[in-house]
Write a protein that binds this ligand. Structure first.
Ligand code: 7PM
Length: 266
């Protein structure tokens, strides 16, 4: 899954349509690099990010979705807002990536009224403040139990299990040790047959390990993506598609499949 951030700073060339064109061109490049899914986001969910209005988020995301219709890969929209979800679904989105895991009743309704897939992500707290003092007694167990509850709730609302992806939400109300524990324990999230999505790309945890800024975390991000795959992730959300693709090609040649080694039988 390639990340397409549609924010004023990421594709600013002045005009609104110019930036939508630039974002769509960037997205097409990610497809050429081997992205199987694109995740389009208007930046309301970033840790510490200022809130963005519904209208502003629509103005950022919808023109890009429209330009990418028929691009050949499923389009995901990273949003927590029910109105943005509804418009994105009408504009052809195949997946709603909700970092609030459809906890808002209207978000759940927006998705149940459609046939799209959904990514349910764990976070602790709200993006503005969640990194201030995250606390868990057992992060892997708590994240697993939360995701299990959300899968059941979303299924009970009428969304079939084969439409659901789960995500531990690296960096969303987690400190360095919490993130490491979740990556080590990722396999324990592979329950109920629901695919696991891992988003580690360029995150602060990799900055702490390498001492490098976000743009220089490419190699660390590739290593993290491959480790996530080794621990059972089916989808990796990445900025650096070409580099991650190369690493997966090596993995594929050796293992012949994506995912953990089969359990040893006695
Ligand atoms: C600062 C910190 C800026 C983190 C941007 C981010 C995820 C996501 C994001 C994830 C799912 C980024 C993140 N991360 N959606 N949206 N999983 N499902 O790296 O880990 O873009 S925002």
């Amino acid at each position: 899954m390639g990340v397409v951030n549609v924010t004023p700073d990421s594709f600013s060339d002045g005009g609104q349509f110019g930036s939508a064109d630039a974002a769509a061109a960037y997205a097409r490049r990610l497809i050429e690099e081997g992205a199987d899914i694109l995740d389009i986001g208007g930046e309301s969910t970033r840790p510490g990010a200022a809130p963005v209005s519904v209208d502003e988020e629509r103005r950022r995301v919808l023109p890009v979705l429209e330009r990418l219709a028929g691009c050949g890969v499923p389009l995901s929209v990273d949003t927590r807002k029910p109105e943005v979800m509804r418009h994105a679904i009408s504009a052809g989105a195949a997946l709603i990536n909700d970092v609030s895991a459809l906890e808002e009743p209207r978000a759940l309704q927006a998705v149940t009224a459609s046939t799209v897939a959904v990514c349910l992500m764990h976070k602790q707290g709200e993006p503005q403040t969640m990194q201030q003092n995250p606390h868990y007694d057992d992060v892997v167990r708590e994240v697993r139990e939360y995701l299990e509850r959300r899968v059941r709730a979303v299924e009970a609302a009428g969304i079939a299990r084969d439409r659901i992806v789960i995500d531990p939400g690296f960096g969303f109300g987690k400190d360095f040790e919490h993130n490491l524990a979740l990556l080590r324990g990722l396999r324990s999230l592979s329950f109920l047959g629901v695919p696991v999505l891992a988003g580690l790309s360029r995150k602060a945890m990799l900055g702490r390990l390498t001492g490098k800024g976000p743009a220089d975390r490419v190699h660390a991000s590739v290593a993290a993506a491959l480790l996530a795959i080794a621990e059972g992730a089916s989808i990796v959300r990445v900025h650096d598609v070409a580099a991650t693709r190369d690493a997966i090609a090596v993995w594929w040649a050796v293992r012949g499949t994506i995912g953990p080694a089969p359990a040893q039988t006695e």
